[in-house]
Design a protein around this ligand. Structure first.
Ligand code: GTP
Ligand code: MG
Length: 197
């Protein structure tokens, strides 16, 4: 797929205030700082479209970006950021969970996993919840430029093995680097194939 246009549309906390659900959308979720906003910018080839930061907790709202006037990319706040208060963590849980469970036009969720780390409980639990609510999801292992391919492959294999305890079929996965544009063609191809209109 060629990205001809990528435009920021709006930021929200309420599902009721989201754009009309008349186009397929692909949401990006994962731990704070895992690289969601960076991956989105890499995919659309537009630095600074989604706001990024070295500090976790940058993305706070549900952000809609319209791609090629035909589909949406949705940048979500991260989970698992220890510094946020219990109250705001609970309200996060609520509005994101609401979004994921209620959004009719949600075609697929990209669950981002830091490729440098061994399987993290919080990520496995999130995937498990996705399985429970039966929302289609795929995995994107991020920041692959930060270590050797061997190390990345080891962590990917360990994650797949850990998921294997819960899932009969491991979801599709992508190895990515926002820094080096790794995984871009594969992800855009996947979107093309699932974006049936
Ligand atoms: P929150 O919005 O806070 O949940 O974070 P996020 O998941 O959107 O992460 P973000 O894209 O803001 O990136 C976090 C940090 O990781 C930034 O300093 C990015 O430059 C860096 N980063 C993201 N992706 C990559 C990558 O593929 N390679 C490298 N080397 N750094 C990356
Ligand atoms: Mg972000």
């Amino acid at each position: 797929m060629i990205i001809k246009s990528a435009t920021f549309i709006c930021s929200n906390t309420k599902v009721s205030a989201l754009p009309v659900a008349n186009m397929p959308e692909y949401a990006f979720i994962g731990r704070s700082n895992v690289g969601k906003s960076s991956l989105i910018n890499m995919l659309v080839n537009q630095h600074g479209l989604a706001k990024t930061s070295q500090r976790p907790g940058k993305t706070q709202l549900i952000n809609h970006f319209l791609i090629n006037e035909k589909w949406y990319i949705v940048d979500l706040p991260g989970y698992g950021y220890a510094k946020v208060s219990k109250n705001s963590r609970e309200s996060w849980e609520k509005f994101i969970r609401n979004y994921i469970t209620k959004r009719e036009s949600l075609q697929c969720v990209f669950v981002l996993i830091d490729s440098r780390l061994e399987p993290q409980k919080i990520d496995l639990e999130f995937c498990c919840w996705m399985g429970e609510i039966q929302i289609p999801f795929v995995l994107a292992f991020t920041k692959a430029d930060k270590q050797s391919i061997t190390k990345t492959n080891q962590n990917v294999a360990a994650f797949k093995k850990a998921l294997g305890g819960w899932f009969e079929e491991i979801p599709p996965y992508f190895i990515t680097s926002a820094e080096k544009s790794v995984g871009r063609d594969e992800i855009l191809k996947f979107v093309d194939q699932t974006n049936l209109d």
